[in-house]
Design a protein around this ligand. Structure first.
Ligand code: NDP
Ligand code: MG
Length: 351
């Protein structure tokens, strides 16, 4: 371990993981999407026995088989496995669990997740005699795969919800090593912390907060007579440059790189814009995540066929900034091609 004292949580690396905890086991990977393809290929190449579980008529079957993976149904995969890695979308996991997994779990098996939503909010209630673990790469699946191929790693979170065998942590760590994450660092957390911080982050800052900030900024300029093009560049396009600087060097790295005028103006006005009322709103958002209100709302929304979600998506698509952006981004088609690779690498929203 290196520099662990500097962290408030335990961080594991290659030396802490022992592949013996997984190499004699069969891992069923349910789903071959973003995370599923990466976990199954990485584990397979790490020498772990993998069987991919896909629904009848799955469009992914051919791709998985072409890579030399064994493919069967989710139920058969779960039955054959000691470790069942549930990597279908969170909204379909309860159904897949009920029909394919639960009837095929044996005492001592492991239910493994990459996000804790369904366990934390009791949408999946496993029997007491199985281990329940999470290895959640902090990155989209295609990067988990690409980093593995480059002999690099992807940081991940590890949590144990239920330890029936007494070996849940060791096995999860071996799984994390198998998908290449121990090369980068595996941070211990809990299901609760992973779920609540993840939902809060995407709602308040990453996805919700930042898009609303962009739209409000854009509307303020356009409503005051500035051109949509100028407003688009200022409030959306340049955000990438600022985020890149923060990604590389934190807030300080960004402040160092912008002009003194930008730094002074930003420091003075930032908290005026995102003021105490925003902070209070964030507390409310967090509360809804913590007390399960958001989860209940989202589950009901899915059960009802996503009526509000569809409307909100439509409204977002029809915002003027989207139309302006589409036209402007065409002017930069040359840059897009060059940057396609780097941009993909920088997508870090994790689910
Ligand atoms: P995807 O949406 O990429 O999963 C798609 C796969 O699930 C496909 O193979 C698809 O089958 C299968 N699938 C979809 N619906 C069904 C169904 N009803 N029955 C059976 N199989 C189905 O999922 P992700 O990889 O995005 O997410 C998996 C888990 O990983 C989630 O818990 C998520 O929160 C977590 N996670 C995701 C991250 C990400 O970057 N995407 C990052 C970290 C964690 P088919 O091939 O037949 O279409
Ligand atoms: Mg089994």
């Amino acid at each position: 371990m290196t520099d662990d004292d500097a962290f408030t949580t335990t961080v594991h690396y290659e030396d802490d993981a022992d592949s013996a905890h997984i190499e004699d086991k069969t891992v069923a990977v349910l789903g071959y999407g973003s995370q599923g393809h990466a976990h199954s290929l990485n584990l397979h190449e790490s020498g772990v026995d993998v069987v991919v579980g896909l629904r009848e008529g799955s469009a992914s079957r051919a791709a998985a088989e072409e890579e030399g993976l064994t493919v069967t149904t989710p139920a058969e995969a779960a039955a054959a496995a000691d470790v069942v890695s549930v990597l279908v979308p969170d909204t379909v996991q309860p159904d897949v669990y009920e029909h394919a997994v639960e009837p095929n779990l044996e005492p001592g098996d492991t239910l493994q997740f990459a996000h804790g939503f369904n366990i934390h909010y009791n949408q999946i209630q496993p029997p007491e005699d199985v281990d329940v673990t999470m290895v959640a790469p902090k990155s989209p699946g295609h990067l988990v795969r690409r980093n593995y191929e480059k002999e690099e790693g992807t940081p991940a979170l590890l949590a144990v919800y239920q330890d029936a065998t007494g070996e849940a942590t060791d096995e999860a760590l071996a799984y994390a090593q198998g998908i290449g994450c121990a090369r980068a660092g595996v941070l211990e957390t809990t299901f609760r912390e992973e779920v609540e911080s993840d939902l809060f982050g995407e709602q308040a800052v990453l996805c919700g907060g930042v898009t609303s900030l962009v739209k409000h900024g854009y509307e303020t300029l356009v409503d005051n007579g500035y051109s949509p093009e100028a407003a688009y560049f200022e409030c959306l396009n340049e955000l990438k440059l600022i985020v890149d600087l923060m990604y590389e060097g934190g807030l300080g790295g960004m402040w160092d790189s912008v002009s003194d005028t930008a730094e002074y103006g930003g420091l003075v006005q930032g908290d005026e814009i995102v003021d105490d009322t925003v902070r209070e709103n964030m507390e409310e958002t967090l509360e809804k995540v913590q007390n399960g209100e958001f989860a209940r709302e989202w589950i009901a929304e899915n059960q009802a066929g996503r009526p509000s979600y569809t409307q909100l998506r439509e409204a977002e698509k029809n915002h003027e900034i989207e139309e302006v952006g589409e036209r402007l981004r065409d002017l930069f088609a040359w840059a897009d091609e060059q940057e396609a690779d780097t941009e993909k690498e920088q997508v870090t929203a994790d689910d």
